[in-house]
Ligand binder design. Structure first.
Ligand code: CP
Ligand code: NVA
Length: 318
């Protein structure tokens, strides 16, 4: 079999979609993180990398980071983008996903979509002959997870000896983090209330990947078991976009999973605190933790820019 070089990895991604962390191999993920680090260190070297390329950015949910980093990122690579909000296209209602795909593939070079059902992003990718990138669905947030592992690798030396912990809701962010941990051979403890476990399909897929990579992904209902001696504690909102009506009901169930000084005291003294943001201060995390020197949440937010530039470059490159 032909040896996979860094150059061929990047070329292999040309024209592909990125809907799930599982779409990329461990080698491809490592190569993207490496490219993102190069882009972060030497942004001017890449300023014509996607000269004249155009991205359509479809947002059916609100966004600060994803919208800003995709818009700025494609510009920094020499391309441009167009925002399509629900008021513009009303996906699936004003026009079918199929028809939107068939229009856009003739007009732009790539699509980023943030939507509700993962099947909508899959449908768009199936019908559009151009790369489609998942900017968050109810099932996954795959750009977030790669930016997060880039952040861990910037702050710690290697992944092999680290114990990572995700504590909170078994949601889209947790799913992508689980798959990325499995792909990268990391050890990740996931603590959620039983009722809010990550999807079994994701945990089972992670277990299969882990057999090949040597990763350990464990679910527990006990937040202290996850936090104990951890090198990183990650949390996210207890009620994701689209679940706002459940927020009140969820609050007492999730209270024992709040990342506060007491829970954080079980982790290593130099443990990182991570959050994809937006944070609900006083709910999933207290001010003293998110504002502490252990917190790398704004570095994570910045790294969305660099990792998405690397992803867009790999998928859309000439
Ligand atoms: N973390 C993240 O995706 O943030 P936005 O919802 O603001 O895009
Ligand atoms: N789980 C959150 C992530 C926001 C970036 C949500 O889906 O709302």
């Amino acid at each position: 079999m032909k040896k996979t070089t860094k150059k061929s990895v990047s070329k292999n991604l040309r024209g592909r979609d990125y809907l799930s962390v599982d779409d990329f191999s461990p080698t491809e993920i490592k190569s993207l993180i490496k490219t993102a680090a190069e882009m972060k260190a030497h942004p001017r070297r890449f300023r014509s990398a996607l000269d004249g390329k155009f991205m359509a950015l479809i947002f059916e949910k609100p966004s600060l980071r994803t919208r800003t980093t995709f818009t700025v990122g494609i510009r920094q690579l020499g391309g441009d983008s167009l925002l399509l909000s629900p008021a513009d296209i009303n996906l699936g209602k004003r026009e079918s996903v199929f028809d939107v795909a068939k229009n856009l593939e003739r007009m732009v070079d790539g699509i980023m979509i943030r939507t509700f059902g993962h099947d909508i992003a899959v449908g768009l990718a199936d019908h559009a002959g151009i790369p489609v990138i998942n900017g968050l669905t109810d099932l996954e947030h795959p750009c977030q997870a790669l930016g997060d592992f880039m952040t861990v690798l910037e702050c710690k030396t290697g992944l092999k000896k680290l114990k990572l912990a995700y504590i909170g809701d078994g949601n889209n962010v947790a799913h992508s983090l689980i798959l990325a941990a499995a792909k990268l051979g990391a050890t990740l403890f996931v603590a959620t209330p039983g009722e809010f476990r990550p999807a079994s399909s994701v945990l089972e897929r992670a277990a299969r990947i882990a057999e090949e990579t040597g990763a350990t992904v464990l679910w527990t209902a006990d937040p202290i078991e996850a936090a104990r001696d951890a090198d990183m504690i990650y949390t996210d909102t207890w009620a994701s976009m689209g679940q706002e009506a459940e927020a009140e009901k969820r609050r007492p169930l999730f209270a024992p999973y709040q990342v506060n000084a007491s829970l954080f005291s079980h982790a290593k003294p130099d443990a990182l605190f991570m959050h994809c943001l937006p944070a609900h201060r006083g709910e999933e995390v207290t001010d003293e933790i998110i504002d502490s020197s252990n917190s790398v949440v704004f570095r994570q937010a910045e790294n969305r820019l660099h990792i998405q530039k690397a992803i867009m470059f790999a998928l859309l490159r000439p």
